[in-house]
Design a protein around this ligand. Structure first.
Ligand code: FAD
Ligand code: UDP
Length: 372
């Protein structure tokens, strides 16, 4: 460390990336300072306790991974329950199981065997002659046919992303399993669950022993913060770091409406997706079901898409061609910043799940220690 530098690492953002990086470096004897502009740590996995229920403040978060190492890593900080995500799709009052599986196919078409279901899908798309799917619509049609596309995908997706399904990349829909078994588990991963007591336990465990300053925006005194540490870990928006010089990257945003109900059980499931075009919200979460709660009241969150996303919380990167082209220019600049490590959903502009963010932070911290 040079004389004016007080920290080995200044970490901008206390989300899973920043907190994991800080944890690994603190463990290795480095001095870290973590900043966050919000009034709490944890980024988007933050939970607030309401009516004794852990409310996922920035939308439902279900931890899932195939990687035993990552599963053991998070289990150091909290015990996980056996929650399995099985959302229900509500299309104009008709209910269907998600992800798309034999239960969904039976409800729609009365098909009872995988062979019958596959034949029905093939019959629906035969005339479309889809080759290698070029966008989300083609990908969805190819996977599940026209009925499911119309009832459960098209309107939900267009409402959620504020774009035509033909303008969205195919990979978004490939996140969802399509199964020819009667299995309503939304994820294929070996390990899945919710930390008992909420996600804050994980963040608190990761940040234990680190100095954290909340309500502190890096950009309000960038020069000061840069001078304080030998290296910077930046987990905010990459375009913001470079003063938007190549223009703004696009994000999809959400707005949440919380309700407390004076009833024990409101919708009977943690997640319900509203897949029609008319219902203005996309999902309703009932938080107690993530932890099998038996509290006398219940808390729900309605998730609404936000139209003017550029002035709202940047939740999801829009990884289409135009944005990826702009991203490349920012990445070229980032690669020249020797003092700065860019990481996480916003700085890497990637649709990362939690386990992937942790994996990325572990890899980058390991490389740092190796290169010393
Ligand atoms: P973030 O959590 O966004 O943290 C970044 C932090 O940096 C924030 O706290 C922010 O305030 C701070 N920051 C930014 N700029 C500045 C600045 N200038 N100065 C100071 N601080 C700054 N993943 C799953 O695995 N399962 C799920 O079910 C799941 N559901 C999701 C649902 C929703 C609605 C969303 C949006 C995401 C979901 N994810 C899920 C993804 C998960 O939230 C992310 O992978 C993970 O939280 C990203 O961590 P991060 O540290 O990269 O970013
Ligand atoms: N999707 C859909 N209908 C659903 C659920 C998901 O069409 O009922 C599509 C939609 O395009 C969405 C994508 O699948 O953006 C990925 O869904 P996922 O649940 O992984 O989205 P996330 O939880 O990240 O918002």
């Amino acid at each position: 460390m040079k004389s004016e530098e007080k920290y080995d690492y200044l970490i901008v953002g206390s989300g899973l990336f920043g907190a994991t990086f800080a944890h690994e470096m603190t463990k290795a004897g480095k001095k870290c300072l973590v900043l966050d502009k919000r009034d709490h740590a944890g980024g988007n996995i933050h939970c607030k306790k309401i009516e004794d229920i852990n409310v996922h403040w920035y939308g439902a978060h279900i931890f899932h991974t195939n990687d035993k190492f990552l599963w053991d890593y998070v289990n150091q900080f909290a015990e996980f329950n056996r929650y399995t995500n099985s959302p229900i799709a509500n299309y104009k009052g008709e209910l269907y199981n998600l992800p798309f599986n034999m239960n969904t196919f039976y409800s729609l078409w009365g098909t009872k065997t995988p062979k019958e279901a596959k034949e029905e899908i093939a019959r629906q798309i035969k005339h479309l002659n889809i080759g290698e799917p070029q966008n989300l619509e083609e990908q969805a049609l190819k996977l599940v046919g026209t009925d499911i596309y119309e009832k459960l995908i098209k309107h939900y997706t267009e409402k959620q992303w504020g774009k035509k399904a033909t303008e969205l990349p195919a990979f978004i829909i490939k996140r969802l399993p399509v199964r020819f078994t009667y299995d309503n588990n939304y994820f294929n991963d070996k390990y899945q669950g919710i930390p008992i007591g909420g996600y804050n336990k994980i963040i608190d465990g990761l940040l234990d022993g680190c100095e954290v300053r909340l309500n502190t925006d890096f950009f309000e005194d960038r020069t000061k913060w840069l001078s304080l540490a030998e290296k910077i870990v930046y987990t905010g928006k990459i375009d913001a770091y470079f003063d938007y010089r190549f223009g703004e990257l696009e994000y999809r945003s959400l707005r949440y409406e919380l309700e407390v109900h004076d009833t024990e059980n409101y919708q009977g499931n943690a997640v319900m997706n509203f897949t029609d075009a008319e219902t203005p919200y996309t999902r309703v979460y009932e938080h107690k079901h993530f932890e099998f709660g038996t509290q006398p009241k219940t808390v729900t969150t309605k998730e609404y898409p936000v139209k003017d996303a550029q002035n709202a919380e940047p939740y999801y990167p829009v990884n289409d061609e135009k944005n990826m082209h702009t991203l490349k220019k920012y990445q070229d600049l980032a690669s020249k910043e020797e003092k700065v490590i860019f990481g996480g959903r916003l700085a890497e502009y990637r649709y990362y799940d939690m386990h992937q963010v942790i994996a990325s932070a572990l890899l980058k911290s390991k490389n740092e220690l190796k290169n010393e």
